[in-house]
Write a protein that binds this ligand. Sequence first.
Ligand SMILES: Cc1cc2nc3c(=O)[nH]c(=O)nc-3n(C[C@H](O)[C@H](O)[C@H](O)COP(=O)(O)OP(=O)(O)OC[C@H]3O[C@@H](n4cnc5c(N)ncnc54)[C@H](O)[C@@H]3O)c2cc1C
Length: 435
Amino acid sequence: MTDKVNVFWFRRDLRLDDNLGFFKALHGKYPVLPIFIFDSEILNELPKDDARVTFIFNTLQKMRDALQEKGSSLAMYQGKPLDIYKQLIKDFDVQNVITNHDYEVYAQDRDEEIKTFLAQKDIDFYTFKDQVIFEKNEVVKDNGDPYVVYTPYKNKWKAAFNEDKHLKIHYTSQHLDALIEHSRLPNLSLSDIGFTKSSIEVPSYDVRPTLIQEYENTRNFPAVDGTSHLGPHLRFGTVSVRKMMRKAISEKNETFMNELIWREFFMQILWHFPKTQHNAFRSKYDRITWRNNEEEFEKWKKGETGYLLVDAGMRELNKTGYMHNRVRMLVASFLCKHLLIDWRWGEAYFAEKLLDYEQSSNVGNWQWAAGSGVDAAPYFRIFNPITQVDKFDKDKTYIRKWIPEFETDKYPNKMVDHKEARERCLKVYKEALAS
Ligand SMILES: Cc1cc2nc3c(=O)[nH]c(=O)nc-3n(C[C@H](O)[C@H](O)[C@H](O)COP(=O)(O)OP(=O)(O)OC[C@H]3O[C@@H](n4cnc5c(N)ncnc54)[C@H](O)[C@@H]3O)c2cc1C
C-alpha cells in the first residue's frame, strides 16, 4: 500500500484546465491520483469502431502525456466502476474520491452505488458542478416548480446569472505538483478495451469572433459552415462551458448564448423528469398508434426517402456523425409525422450515430419534433420537406454535396406523398389525443 491519496475521477470533463472538480482535488490535503474508467456497461452497447470511443481514447492519451511531463500520469481502467473501486482501494490508500456531477439517469444510479460503497470504507465521495452554469433546480419558478417552457426558463436563467461569479475560470497549471509522482500508472490501448480506430474524426470547434458575430445570419443554412461544432466538445468536456459562455458574452451574441442555455434547459428537464428518457412528457402522446414500418425506417436511415433535404441530412449523419440542426429538425419531423415511426426509434438511431449525442438534448429535441415534449411544436405544424429546401438550401449546394446521384434516375422516388402523409398524421394524432 502506498501513501494516502485522493482520487480524481475524470468522466465527461476530459480537460485539465478550468475543470472545477479537478481544481478542487488539486487543492486537497493529499496527492491526487487521476483516473478514468472505460465503463463496460456503456462500452458493451457500442459498435466496435465507435468514433466517440476513439475520440475519448485519443483525448485521454494527450492528457496522460501532459501529466507525464509533470512526473505524474493518468491511470486508465476498464470494467464496472464498482469493481474498479474495489481493486483501487486495495492498491492505494484512498482518502477521498472527487469528481464532477453527471446528471444522466444511469450516471446518477452508478454514482449512488459508488458513494455507498466508499462510505462503508470511510471514504468520502465529493462531486462538483462543472458541465453547466446552472444545474438541477437552480433555475426554477418562484414556487419551486421546474420550468417546462424555454423562454421563461431562459429569462430566469439570465436574471440569476452573474458573470464574475458563474464564469470564474479555475486555472490548474500552477497546481499540478499536487498530483502523485508516478509516471507508470496503468494504461490501456484501444484494442485492450475491444475497440478499433474509427475512420470518423471529431472536428475541432470554431468559436472565432467572426463566426459568433455572424451566427444568426448563417446558422440556419446547412451549406454554410456557420455553427461552432461545439457539440462533442461540450459532451465530453474537452472544452469548458464557462469559457464558451464568456465567448458568447464578449462577442455580444445573444442568440449563441441562448443556444447554450437550450442545452441547460433540456438537462434540467431530464433531471426533473427522468421518465422522459423513455416516455412522452405529455403522456397523451404515448397513445399514438405508430405505424413503425421497418422497411420505411431502413430507407430513412440510409437517406433513401426521395426527399432531398431529408436524405442529404441522413447521409451526412451516416458519413460524419454530424448533422446540421436545421436538417435534424426536418428528418426528425419526417420520421415521426410523415412516416409515423415512434420518436424513440429515431432517438436511438441518433444516439448510435451522433458524435455530440447527449441524452437530454437528444430526447428533448426528438420529443419536440414529435410534439410530445416540453415546449414542443404543436402537432399540426408539420414541416414541408419540399419547401424547406427552398428556405434553407435554395441553390441545393448541401444536397449536391451529400447526394451525388441527385438529378439522375438512380435517385429514389418519394416514398410517401407529402399531402397524403400529412393528412394521415393529423388523423392519427387527433385520434390519440382525443381519446
Ligand atoms: C432531433 C434532434 C436531435 C438532437 N440531438 C442532439 C444531441 O444528441 N446532442 C446535442 O448536443 N444536440 C442535439 N441537438 C441540438 C442541435 O442540433 C445540436 O446541438 C447542434 O446542431 C450541434 O452543432 P453545433 O455544436 O455546431 O451547434 P451550434 O449551433 O454552434 O450551438 C452551440 C451549442 O449550443 C447547444 N445547442 C444548440 N442548439 C441546441 C438545441 N436545440 N438543443 C440543445 N442544445 C443546443 C449545443 O451544445 C451546441 O453545441 C438535436 C437537435 C435535434 C432537432
